[in-house]
Design a protein around this ligand. Structure first.
Ligand code: GLP
Length: 242
């Protein structure tokens, strides 16, 4: 694992955005896995600036987002789709057909997940996956004790994660209890991964994920086994690393 430590959350976003742009320049039809969450906001801002500034063509880029809440529609401001549309997709020239998202309103959620795996496979697999990390070590919505062999599926969210994410909702009770997420094996199949973290509140889990045992109780610890991963962190989230 290559680790890059920068000053603050804005620099984490800028560094990761630059790495993504370099990959798009190398492969115009890059298959890009995307993530949501607060850490990603500066990343998308920088990515948009770079794409515009350097006139990067996204027409052939295909994206697959990691996860979505069950029961929230795409028009719902709290859905990950809405957030992606607002923070990224509406600001760049991408083809709608190249944007792939799990549908948390699908009638048959198992089938939705099965089809998503198939779509990723048909696209030739994910070239580059962007990842954040939850304070309990979750990646995507793969909570502690998710199987390292898991693929895209419906999951129950832990109370911990629901509480953490309640800042995006009017109250804790409004946070969905279920979500659809790419599995850990799906994430690990990406040819390259960029993991982003920022802020002191992530320091403990970053230390456990990188220095602790590789174990299913800390899903992010599996990333240590990936052969092509860059971890971009600010000083806060890296503060407990040796
Ligand atoms: C959510 C997402 C994760 C993300 C995590 C951390 O739970 N499902 O993909 O990594 O939040 O988010 P934040 O960057 O807001 O700390």
């Amino acid at each position: 694992m290559k680790i890059v430590i920068v000053k603050n959350s804005k620099d984490v976003g800028a560094k990761a955005a630059w790495l993504v742009v370099k990959e798009i320049i190398k492969k115009r039809d890059l298959v890009l896995g995307l993530a949501t969450g607060g850490t990603m906001i500066p990343f998308y801002r920088s990515l948009i600036d770079l794409i515009k500034g350097k006139k990067i063509e996204l027409i052939n880029v295909r994206t697959f987002n990691l996860d979505e809440y069950v029961g929230l529609s795409r028009e719902d401001r709290r859905s990950y789709y809405y957030s992606m549309k607002k923070n990224f997709f509406s600001k760049v020239a991408m083809l709608e057909k190249n944007i792939n998202f799990l549908d948390g309103m699908a009638r048959n959620l198992d089938l939705e997940c099965e089809n998503y795996e198939k779509k990723i496979e048909d696209a030739g697999g994910i070239d580059l996956q962007i990842l954040g990390i939850g304070r309990n070590g979750h990646i995507g919505f793969n909570e502690p004790w998710s199987s390292f062999r898991s693929r895209t599926r419906e999951v129950f969210l832990s109370d911990f994660t629901r509480k953490d994410n309640s800042r995006f909702f009017s109250s804790l009770s409004k946070v969905p209890k279920r979500a659809l997420t790419m599995g850990i094996a799906t994430i690990m199949s990406a040819r390259k991964i960029i993991l982003l973290a920022s802020g002191k509140s992530k320091a403990g889990i970053v230390h456990r994920a990188l220095h602790g045992r590789i174990s299913e109780d800390v899903p992010a610890s599996v990333l240590y086994k990936h052969h092509n991963i860059i971890f971009v962190s600010d000083k806060g989230s890296a503060s407990e690393l040796d």
